[in-house]
Design a protein around this ligand. Structure first.
Ligand code: ZN
Length: 144
């Protein structure tokens, strides 16, 4: 009779408590993730001008990050973004040496300081390829 109160009830409360804690934790994680992805934006590494948002990060050929070698032997590591408002597209579109089958490309420069940030690829899913070392995460106060 005593056993029912002292052994089953504490266990029941324990289960309830841990369930509530994990619910709160899950909500917190989702909220943190949402805020983080909303706030995080990318700026030009040279002049600090706004380039694009993390929310524009897009999979191309199943990947967010790419590593390609140009005909001169230089290796480029870059991320793919659906839009990059801070970029100016420069030069003629060409399919020559395109790293992505079915895509034309042209240069993408910083709209402010004009340094090359990467390329614009036009094809089935147009995107900007922005070179990792040419873009940095914007300071918090600029993106908020
Ligand atoms: Zn710039």
């Amino acid at each position: 009779m005593v056993r029912n109160c002292q052994q089953i009830n504490p266990q029941k409360y324990y289960l309830l408590d841990s369930a509530q804690i994990s619910d709160v934790q899950a909500e917190f994680d989702v909220e943190t993730q949402r805020r983080k992805s909303k706030r995080q934006s990318w700026c030009c590494a040279l002049c600090g001008a706004y380039v694009t948002d993390e929310s524009q990060h897009v999979h191309i050929n199943g990947s967010l990050e790419h590593r390609k070698i140009n005909p001169q032997g230089y290796t480029f590591e870059f991320r793919s973004f659906k839009h990059a408002d801070g970029c100016a597209r420069v030069g003629a579109m060409t399919s020559e040496h395109s790293w992505f089958a079915g895509y034309f490309w042209q240069f993408a420069h910083c709209g402010k300081c004009k340094i090359q940030l990467g390329w614009y690829f036009d094809g089935p899913e147009p995107f900007f390829g922005l070179i990792n070392r040419q873009i940095v995460q914007c300071p918090e106060e600029k993106s908020g």
